[in-house]
Design a protein around this ligand. Structure first.
Ligand SMILES: NC(=O)C1=CN([C@@H]2O[C@H](COP(=O)(O)OP(=O)(O)OC[C@H]3O[C@@H](n4cnc5c(N)ncnc54)[C@H](O)[C@@H]3O)[C@@H](O)[C@H]2O)C=CC1
Ligand SMILES: CCCCC/C=C\C=C\C(=O)C/C=C\C/C=C\CCCC(=O)O
Length: 469
């Protein structure tokens, strides 16, 4: 799946252009031992940002107005990363005293602050004054407090601030004009204060993150919080349909980039996954074939692996269907999802990899039948190769990517001993699944002996048609 991280470069509107040439990354910030403060960290994006910071060696102070979810998240992280690396403080970011107090407690606990994520945000067009207080005023206050603690001219160590804005900070959503205003405010403030920090020699970088819609609690029952333009919510739903919904780990990867890349100051990063489809259509006019092929093998970072190997395949399939299906003007087509032999058989050192690939097989077969019965004119097939000679296999011998069953690696001993096939053999199978118009819901295995179709036992079939009157 092509998730896109794009830096917004709009220098003609920048009053004080950054001295850092856009797109030029010079140094990477090491996170081991660094201290981060994340607001709205109990769930959703804040929890995802905290998780990726902890995974990369930082210590994190979690702030949230909701004591219950904040405490639960702290307990989870404490177990996973060590109790000494994480703490939680109840804090309403809209309260000056509570925010100042949380900074103080973080310093008392960890001795310093190097990374600040002003992330807490709400969606409430009815109580819009409160939304401005949380989404904009608290981001400004959090930035100024962080600058005070980090800036080098008064003895700080320097650092980085990432403000969570939104795609709605660059474009607009008709149902949520004040939310849109707060996020435009965050983008404008971040760009200006980043330039000011640089000119002042503070040694603090400040960036903004603009994700499209993300699967979090913020999107629950939005229509109740749309205020006076609730009657236009069908238009927002159109945007949602067109944009698709991002997963938290994908946005967290973009966040991490803004934290670590020392070349980024005043950067505004958009995260969307519609771009690749849109750009392909702009370039070629249409899409007939979609291959959901991107995948990783990392049992240690298994949430990310599930996000890429499964969730993104589902998202890619749904987006491709939207563009291809005949009932809404598409020309029909074919989707080939790349699973693995590990989607059909147990794979002992990589159980989560196997789970994601099994799920790809189940999803593709189900959606293939659904597409056929809906008259979409789109075939969906699955390709299950055995081990192929590509760099992905390096994970088998990489202890860091082996997860809790790395001790079983001795059973294989040496990846060189694995029987592998070559890429062109897999490509032949792929082409068959694309071109054979009779194949829909097919699952093809590619092994040393060649290509064959899986003949699933009839007793494992759900005869849905028998239940449809
Ligand atoms: N979910 C989405 O589609 C998108 C969200 N965003 C932004 O991402 C940020 C995080 O939102 P999500 O994780 O999606 O929402 P969420 O609702 O899942 O999490 C937000 C967290 O912030 C906490 N919070 C709310 N008010 C607070 C306050 N006054 N003080 C301290 N904590 C408070 C909540 O208790 C919650 O734990 C927000 O700024 C939001 O505007 C941006 C683009 C898309
Ligand atoms: C260029 C167009 C901008 C589109 C904005 C895209 C994403 C914004 C995401 C957010 O920040 C999330 C906030 C609000 C979503 C509001 C409404 C969604 C409507 C969902 C529904 O009513 O079902």
């Amino acid at each position: 799946m092509n998730h896109r991280f794009r830096e917004q470069s709009d220098n003609q509107h920048t009053l004080r252009p950054s001295r850092t040439p856009p797109g030029l990354s010079t140094k990477i910030m090491a996170l081991i031992g660094k201290v981060a403060l994340v607001t709205g960290a109990g769930q959703g994006l804040g929890k995802g940002f905290s998780d990726i910071l902890l995974k990369n060696g930082a210590k994190v102070a979690l702030l949230d107005i909701n004591e219950n979810i904040g405490e639960n998240t702290r307990a989870d992280f404490g177990k996973g990363y060590g109790e000494d690396r994480v703490c939680f403080f109840t804090c309403d970011v809209a309260s000056v005293e509570q925010l100042e107090d949380a900074f103080q407690k973080t310093i008392e606990r960890f001795g310093r602050i190097n990374i600040m994520s002003n992330n807490a945000g709400i969606l409430n067009e009815t109580n819009w004054e409160k939304m401005v207080a949380v989404n904009l005023n608290a981001v400004i206050r959090g930035t100024y407090l962080a600058l005070q603690h980090m800036k080098k001219d008064t003895g700080g160590e320097g650092g980085v601030i990432v403000n969570t804005a939104s795609l709605a900070g660059l474009g607009f959503l008709l149902t949520v004009p004040v939310y849109t205003a707060t996020k435009h405010g965050v983008v404008g403030f971040t760009r200006a204060v980043a330039g000011a920090s640089e000119e002042s020699g503070y040694g603090v970088r400040i960036n903004a993150l603009c994700p499209g819609l993300v699967k979090t609690a913020l999107l629950d029952s939005t229509s109740e919080r749309h205020g006076q333009f609730a009657h236009l919510s069908h238009l927002s739903k159109e945007v949602v349909k067109k944009c698709g919904i991002l997963e938290v780990p994908v946005v967290a990867e973009g966040f991490l980039q803004l934290v670590m890349d020392e070349g980024k100051n005043g950067a505004v990063m958009k995260i969307t996954h519609e771009d690749a489809f849109q750009k392909t259509i702009e370039r070629f006019g249409r899409i007939h074939i979609m291959s959901n092929n991107a995948g990783i093998m990392d049992e240690t970072n298994w949430e990310k692996m599930v996000a890429i190997n499964l969730n993104a395949v589902i998202q890619g399939t749904y987006l491709a269907l939207q563009h291809m299906k005949k009932d809404t003007g598409g020309e029909g087509g074919v989707i080939v999802n790349i699973a693995s032999m590990a989607g059909l058989a147990p794979f002992l050192i990589f159980p989560v990899y196997a789970a994601a690939k099994h799920a790809v097989v189940g999803f593709s077969r189900s959606v293939a039948d659904a597409s056929m019965m809906s008259g979409y004119g789109v075939r969906i097939n699955t390709l299950c190769p055995t081990a192929v000679s590509t760099p992905l296999l390096g994970a088998v011998a990489d202890e860091k990517k082996n997860g809790p069953f790395s001790h079983l690696f001795n059973l294989i001993g040496d990846t060189a001993k694995l029987r592998k096939i070559e890429v062109p053999a897999v490509a032949e199978g792929f082409l068959q699944l694309v071109t054979d118009e009779d194949k829909n819901g097919a699952v093809m295995v590619v092994k040393e002996e060649g290509c064959s179709y899986v003949d699933f036992p009839k007793e494992f079939m759900l005869d849905l048609k028998a239940h449809i009157p």
